[in-house]
Design a protein around this ligand. Structure first.
Ligand code: NDP
Length: 445
């Protein structure tokens, strides 16, 4: 049995109740076969694969808080510290009712390789809670964040583990979390990223994941002499990643015609008016359906999934994991879609991703495509250490350079191992090689 198959069998046995984690590990290990086979002896000697798929530490804790009615509520919080071979654990916190250990392990595992691709010194981690900020008052969100930090603070630090935002955790939540960390520890340090601009946040962090997604998409297409100008683009989600992907795509001349949330999608053939979306989502914390009430000629369709049946040139899934399955992938390709870049983490099912690779459409997987967010988080850490803040232009320039470099590394690795144009294989190999090298260099630990 090959080394990859041995480890895959063991992972499946040990983590049978964690489907998302198994999906992520399966996808990565399958695509690492060529590099693992070529280096089997040294990787086996250091147990690289066995260690790569086992988090260094998982912390799980009770988060009690009091709602506006005075009732006690209890959620479950987590921090998965996955791999610190190349730097302090780094990765977001997700507050969403679906959060569980399987989802956070898949995200932490992916994060390890993604962070490696940025070329910055950051390891992989992820955390969160099964708390739903939707429909909660500001006071309830603050009470929850403070209670969450009452436990988390003892596990994190500016040089050991630096969480950021993810689904359900934006500027408001990071602010409350940071305030509580500072109050408990008395330290003013870069222990969280995505902070407000008046207390250590970086210009450009809010835009980073969405802008980065479009930078790498544009880079990939420019190698085929294709421009974004006039292209029909469909973007799922209407959260942080989706909004800034739309903003940058529009700046580069694309026509974005659809967005969604978990209730359904809007179709606006004249092109999305992002000011309206920002007002609904960022200011009022409302539903995307309201867009159709505010702009004539726009239709709202119940059910988020239908968004992939819209005819488009480019699809950007920016909502959540497994939001695009094989049937959706076939529909997209049949309708002439020639590029997919993933803003969300693992938005395509294994079958959908394999289909995109097989059809040789320009498919940039999440690990490479959405790395801009964590890259600018790492730049925020640098600014905090220096006690300086850089201009928006400086951060944006570095973000663009990082995304262009990720494209180059990914496409070079794919080519080197005989998979030219397969960015899934390329991103996994490029991310893995650096982590494996660092793990071997530090011995078995
Ligand atoms: P937000 O919470 O800001 O937004 C998430 C959006 O996705 C919301 O519009 C939400 O709608 C929608 N959504 C959730 N579930 C579904 C569903 N089943 N079908 C359709 N829409 C859905 O999160 P982010 O924008 O921050 O994150 C989105 C994705 O990007 C996640 O996978 C995250 O891990 C990934 N990511 C985020 C980064 C960041 O910097 N923020 C960095 C890298 C990756 P609703 O309001 O109805 O729930």
């Amino acid at each position: 049995m090959s080394y990859v198959d041995e480890v895959l069998a063991e992972v499946r046995k040990k983590n049978a109740s964690e489907p998302e984690f198994l999906q992520a590990v399966g996808e990565v290990l399958e695509s690492l076969r060529a590099v693992v086979d070529a280096n089997e002896e040294k990787y086996r000697k250091y147990g690289i694969l066995e260690r790569l798929v086992e988090p260094e530490r998982i912390i799980s804790f009770r988060v009690p808080w009091i709602d506006d009615k005075g009732d006690v509520r209890v959620n479950r919080g987590y921090r998965v510290e996955f791999n610190s071979a190349i730097g302090p654990y780094k990765g977001g916190l997700r507050f969403h009712p679906t959060v569980n250990q399987s989802i956070l392990k898949f995200l932490g595992f992916e994060q390890t390789l993604k962070n490696s691709l940025t070329s910055l010194p950051i390891g992989g981690g992820k955390g969160g809670a099964d708390f739903d900020p939707k429909g909660k008052s500001d006071r309830e969100v603050m009470a929850f964040c403070q209670s969450f930090m009452n436990e988390l603070y003892r596990h994190i630090g500016a040089d050991s583990d630096v969480p950021a935002g993810d689904m359900g955790v934006g500027g408001r939540e990071i602010g409350y979390l940071y305030g509580q960390y500072k109050r408990i520890t008395g330290r003013y340090e870069g222990v969280l990223t995505g902070k407000g601009l008046t207390f250590g946040g970086s210009l450009g962090r809010t835009q980073a994941t969405g802008y980065g997604l479009i930078y790498i998409l544009d880079e990939m297409l420019s190698h085929k002499s294709i421009s974004l100008e006039g292209k029909r683009v469909v973007v799922s989600g209407s959260g942080n990643v989706a909004i800034y992907a739309v903003e940058k795509a529009q700046q580069l001349g694309a026509r974005v015609i659809a967005m969604s949330d978990s209730n359904g999608y809007i179709l606006d053939e004249d092109g999305i008016d992002l000011d309206i979306v920002k007002d609904i989502k960022e200011v009022k914390r409302g539903r995307i359906k309201e867009y159709a009430d505010r702009k004539p000629g726009v239709s709202f369709h119940e059910g988020a999934r239908g968004i992939w049946s819209i005819k488009c040139d480019i699809a950007l899934p920016c909502a959540t994991q497994n939001e695009l399955d094989l049937e959706d992938a076939k529909k997209l390709v049949e309708n002439g879609c020639f590029a997919v870049a993933e803003g969300a983490n693992m938005p395509s099912t294994l079958e959908a991703a394999a289909y995109f690779v097989e059809k040789k459409i320009n498919y940039m997987p999440a690990k490479a495509a959405n790395a801009g967010g964590v890259a600018v988080s790492a730049l925020e850490m640098t600014q905090n250490s220096e006690r300086l803040s850089w201009s928006f232009e400086e951060v944006d320039r570095r973000l663009k350079d990082i995304m262009v470099n990720i494209y180059a590394m990914t496409s070079r690795a794919a080519e080197k191992y005989g998979h030219e144009g397969d960015f899934v294989t390329g991103a996994n190999i490029a991310g893995f090689e650096k982590v494996a090298e660092a793990m071997m260099g530090q011995g078995v630990c």
